[in-house]
Design a protein around this ligand. Sequence first.
Ligand code: SF4
Length: 511
Amino acid sequence: SDKIAAAFETEILATGLENEVKVIRTGCFGLCALGPIVVIYPEGSFYSMVKEEDVKEIVDEHLLKGRPVTRLLYDETVAEDNSIKSLDETAFYKKQLRVALRNCGVINPENIDEYIAFDGYAALGKVLTEMTPEQVIQTMLDSGLRGRGGAGFPTGLKWKFAAGNKADQKYVCCNADEGDPGAFMDRSILEGDPHVVIEAMAIAAYAIGASQGYIYVRAEYPIAVHRLQVAISQAREYGLLGDDIFGTGFHFDLDVKLGAGAFVCGEETALMTSIEGKRGEPRPRPPFPAVKGLFGKPTILNNVETYANVPQIILKGAEWFSSMGTEKSKGTKVFALGGKIKNTGLVEIPMGTTLRTIVEEIGGGIPGGKKFKAAQTGGPSGGCIPASLIDTPIDYDNLIAIGSMMGSGGLIVMDEDTCMVDIAKFFLEFTVDESCGKCTPCRVGTKRLLELLNKITDGTGTMEDLEKIDELAQFIKANSLCGLGQTAPNPVLSTLRYFRDEYVEHIVNKR
Ligand code: SF4
């Protein structure tokens, strides 16, 4: 993409169009399968899989002569009579509703003016000048927003607990340590719309009475880190961070802390321990962070996607947000769609959309005419949903009821050729590697569980081993200290529940 952007800049200069056409680098459009993408405005022509050698033709034909190069456009946007259809009419976007991702692919993330032009910092202005902290918290409670990082705890309730605890110092943290294999929505928001997180954290700080925030982000996300740092310095320059924000006397500032790649640091207490400069290990709860969090002070921690919803809720109202979704899961959810699926990418759908709609319509189905076998949601903490449950409306509670979970939103599609025992092993190998080792059920239990799975796939397993797997998995879930261990057996348990015949086949056929 960098090379293509540079080629456009060179070509535009060479053709003397530099005063009429600007090249702007945006964040992700979501349709990863078709990248690199170039959109030409004002008409919104959507060029996909663009190569450097295509640039000259697009400039000569489209920009100079006003004739879109139809063969390079995303085919779903070209009608039979060669007229250009809106992107919203394509199968990938038609059923999506972009709230958290609304600015991604739209604005230049390194330009605060563009964020402001799309109502940016208007919500912060509104809370500081028109609302009390109690009203902000009530709005969050009424909206029904639940944490998008995995556990689905009501955001407003978390804020209310922290606001209720008196302390000389409180903190607001953002979990951007996205570690689930296959999940990249937080990265995309930070790369495409970093100001939304800054604005939401300032709103949260006002609501609970905090003056300092930390964004804990993976060092493996260099573009996200760079854009965050640019956005923070721009916000300081505009007086939107620091002292006396909007002339109201409210003070709030932010720092970015880099994580070193340990998956466990996505767990809230481990994350805070890591910010404190110690080894990133979970601590027992209670006390909960709202009482005793970062540096022993009341703290709230929300993830990137959760924050990305906040300014819109403040501006459009709790009722607008709660009108989307299901009874207990309001709003939208971003999923990272991957695996055996045509349209890999990021999709944002109203809660309650069925898995079938995601896979068959938005995702474009399985390549090569293969059959859908299962979808894995929730990364290493989640489980596999079999084809028989493809019509399940996706929300927090339905996913738990069928043995999976929302997690941060990874959604990996599997076709008929996938071995489900291998899938369970893949995720378990990941958690064995990432266990911090602090408690025995997780440190030792997951290793023993993996050994049993290896026995099954190398043909030396027995039916008795299946009972041991089940018993050990339940024990690890019940006795581990933190969420990593408590959820690590989920992929094993869900594949045992829905695909037991595949385990048995390995045992019987000794392969
Ligand atoms: Fe560490 Fe695993 Fe115990 Fe969590 S459950 S504290 S990751 S050993």
